[in-house]
Design a protein around this ligand. Structure first.
Ligand SMILES: *Cc1c(COP(=O)(O)O)cnc(C)c1O
Length: 419
């Protein structure tokens, strides 16, 4: 496969943009390759600037649950273009968006829109601290909650890929407010709450982890988090930026039947445009400015274009619950075609082939994967027109636009891998 135009662009990009990319994992460093520059997408397929075509399992890292250029989302965007792209003043669609989110996710009684998942988690942590009057936060190793200062401790995603355990530029005092524990260990959480009783503002968790690769919660784990936090008066924050509207219409909390105090959303709720949201219990969200003393704001929050795309996405999903059944069965099929010698984790339309025997239940076990072999698999698939996330520690995403034909081609290419 020839990618000479991409290579030229990547050289130009590296002169002016750190690493040539506007978000680190896009640079393909951990898979020993350089990224195709994309020209366009259609449904489940993407096309690079050299005219190569790929079946897309990245889906813009999660948002594109309906694939590229879904007609209902495009139509919604076109309607906004005739009106104006930003006002910084309330609009009717923001109310409809709030109704759509609270209608789908019952634990969210009030909601605030922001522009990214990072903003959502950053704000939710602030609200949890403001509401409880406590400073400490519990997070889990390998969970990524955006590039929030105090949450870049033992974070997954790009940091796992780059081998950066911590980042520079975060004051030690911020890290000192974060307690990082192994995922799926109830004991560790019990111990932390014994050691810091009455001082923990919140536990923030990816209810299904996507950012160390896909790692599901073990039976009883989320229930235990709910019980322990409630007992101590700490808040339970479900970071559903990835899982919201993906693993079920009502997110992981619907799938597993848990009611968190606060929820963060992003990715799917923007329909491919930048939208995040945080929300939850009315008594907590009532403390957010201007109703209450906890400040949070955004010039472009609730932006008409972004909200129109998100609302079109949520309306489509509400009208088509069968999307979720389809994603389950596509997920089943694509995972059945896994390459030899891998451990497969899947929840709904999120899955990861870990290059090891498994089981993978936390960051310690995820780390045991053979990342060099994953790199060879990744390049093998890319050359056969299958575009996976360029890291062992990311989930692959299916969209409703994927076809049986896509799955057959993917499985055939995967089975072919002998490396
Ligand atoms: C992607 C992600 C974020 C960060 O969202 P951005 O829009 O990239 O800032 C936060 N939490 C989880 C679980 C995510 O997957």
């Amino acid at each position: 496969m020839i990618r000479s135009t991409s290579e030229t662009l990547f050289r130009r990009a590296q002169e002016l943009i750190p690493g040539g990319v506007n978000s680190p994992v896009r640079a393909f460093r951990s898979v020993g390759s350089s990224p195709p520059f994309l020209a366009r997408g259609e449904g489940s397929h993407i096309f690079d600037v050299d005219g190569n075509e790929y079946i897309d399992y990245v889906g813009s890292w999660g948002p594109l649950l309906l694939g590229h250029r879904h007609p209902e989302i495009l139509a919604a965007l076109e309607r906004v273009l005739s009106i104006g792209t930003s006002f910084g003043a309330p609009t009717e669609q923001e109310v409809e968006m709030a109704e759509a989110i609270t209608g789908a996710v019952p634990s969210i009684e009030m909601v605030r829109l922001v522009n990214s998942g990072t903003e959502a988690t950053m704000s939710a942590i602030r609200v949890a601290r403001g509401f409880t009057g406590r400073d400490l936060t519990v997070k889990f190793e390998g969970c990524y909650h955006g590039h929030v200062d105090s949450l870049l401790v033992k974070a997954g995603s790009g940091l796992a890929t780059l081998g950066i355990a911590d980042t520079q530029g975060v004051p030690q005092a911020f890290c000192d407010t974060t307690i990082a524990l192994p995922y799926n260990s109830v004991d560790a959480v019990e111990q932390a709450f014994r050691a810091h009783a009455g001082r923990i503002a919140a536990v923030i968790v990816e209810p299904v982890v996507g950012n160390m690769g896909c790692v599901p919660p073990q039976a009883g784990y989320l229930e235990a988090l709910r019980e322990i936090t409630a007992r101590d008066g700490a808040l339970l924050i479900f970071d559903e930026v990835m899982t919201g509207f993906r693993v079920a219409f009502g997110g992981a909390q619907q799938r597993y039947g848990i009611r968190p105090d606060l929820t963060t959303l992003g990715k799917v709720i923007g329909g491919g445009l930048p939208v995040g949201a945080y929300g939850g219990r009315r008594d907590i969200m009532s403390r957010v400015a201007p109703m209450g003393p906890i400040y949070q704001a955004g010039t472009l929050s609730g932006n008409p274009l972004a909200v129109a795309a998100g609302l079109a996405m949520l309306r489509h999903l509400k009208a088509h619950p069968e999307v979720y059944q389809r994603l389950e069965s596509l997920g089943d099929e694509v995972c059945a075609g896994h390459p030899p010698g891998v451990s497969v984790n899947r929840v709904g339309s999120m899955f990861t082939f870990f290059f090891q025997d498994g089981p993978v239940t936390d960051w310690e076990s995820a780390k045991r994967s053979d990342t060099a072999r994953f790199g060879r698999f990744f390049r093998h698939m890319l050359d056969r027109g299958i575009y996976l996330a360029p890291s062992q520690f990311e989930a692959a995403f299916l969209s409703a636009a994927h076809t049986e034909e896509d799955i057959r081609k993917t499985a055939a290419a995967a089975r072919d891998f002998a490396g």
